[in-house]
Design a protein around this ligand. Sequence first.
Ligand SMILES: Cc1cc2nc3c(=O)[nH]c(=O)nc-3n(C[C@H](O)[C@H](O)[C@H](O)COP(=O)(O)OP(=O)(O)OC[C@H]3O[C@@H](n4cnc5c(N)ncnc54)[C@H](O)[C@@H]3O)c2cc1C
Length: 430
Amino acid sequence: MWDFATDPEFQTELDWIDAFVREEVEPLDYVFETPYDLSDKAMVAATKPLMQRVKDRGLWACHLGPDLGGQGFGQLKLALMNELLGRSHFAPRVFGCQAPDSGNGEILAHYGTDEQKAKWLQPLLNGEIVSCFSMTEPQGGADPTQFRTTAIKDGDEWVINGYKWFSSNARYATFMIVQVVTDPNVSAYHGQSMFVVPANTPGVKILRNVAVGEPDAQGSHAHIHYDNVRVPADHLLGGPGQGFAIAQTRLGGGRIHHAMRTVAQVRKAFDMMCERALSRTTKGELLGAKQMTQEKVADSWVQIEMFRLLVLRTAWKIDKEKDYMKVRKDIAAVKVAMPDVYHDVVRRAMQLHGSMGVSNDLPFAGMMLGAMSLGLADGPSEVHKITIARQVLREYKAGDEIFPSGHIPTLRDRALVKLAEFIDHDMAEV
Ligand SMILES: Cc1cc2nc3c(=O)[nH]c(=O)nc-3n(C[C@H](O)[C@H](O)[C@H](O)COP(=O)(O)OP(=O)(O)OC[C@H]3O[C@@H](n4cnc5c(N)ncnc54)[C@H](O)[C@@H]3O)c2cc1C
């Protein structure tokens, strides 16, 4: 059954979210630096009552099951919700679902001990602390076989040594989830494990914070030296060698939420493009009357609609299959399409706004960098394209004849044999 309509009851919630984000949450974007810096007292004070309103409405941490204080929404509902949250950088915090805390929370919920859950998961779910996911290393992000950070068992402890790179929000985090090599003798996919490491553990040293777009002093992507960092044995999440399996589970739903938040940003750029087309006059007519502007509007609209439907269908498939691995190709396709659609629409909107478009007075420069970042963070597009191609080619087999299966003369010969009686009959009548 195909149905593109939203359940009216849920639509009421979406309408509430839409108005709440636009009117109450979005203003935070223009005043506060980042939703991750909980030492910013004014930001915390401003977000707290909004978080309470979301909790009162029953919309807090909807990605989590009811046992963890969430709503247990399926991916489709979460996708529609994230499409509205994506307008504001602060909305995921206000709704208790900001990355990477949402994914890290899921990992702790599945693999943490009761003590760890009490110590980190609960305050994370309450929005009282933030966390960091520390996997990429300076010498290789897209290729996990390059990772060199190790954890070696020493009695009741593990000792972690190595360097991580681009660990976002480490400077604000209370704990890191760190991916390390525990068995160099097996493949990267089976020899790496994940640990929870409290940020104040001796030996966790932030060497530098790299900035992406923001001023250098505010960079938040950390280069970290894990220098003889000792953690108790129970800080290993899951079992030894489960690092990649855990990372995959964490990323599946997260990518869909990210994609729908991107739809929101793209639409913001699109709305500005359309407003400009109807407001600016040049050479005696509105920009919107010029065919090259119309092409920009039309191409953008088509790209957004195609992308949005791809994301929603993928979310629907995840709900149906209940197994991220079965929807891997679709999730990778979403990841690949996301930076391109974002980039293309923002570039056109930027162009139509002239000099103001490239200035800091409008959001397009930041959006453009955001689009480029989306093509890298959580794996470059090239790597996800490889996943798609491999999955697609598995659905095909090699031809077993000299000519391809679409060779028209061969197909015609076969069709003539199959339809011989009719052809003879027609011929006889003629
Ligand atoms: C804004 C932002 C936030 C991030 N946050 C985090 C975080 O919180 N935690 C974390 O661990 N990491 C984080 N990352 C790092 C991110 O996961 C890596 O940047 C990503 O995996 C790519 O690794 P790399 O930067 O080392 O690029 P490389 O692996 O060096 O790749 C560089 C380029 O080489 C090409 N390439 C690579 N592999 C292939 C291939 N197989 N086939 C063809 N071409 C290829 C692509 O063009 C690719 O862009 C973040 C990155 C960004 C931009």
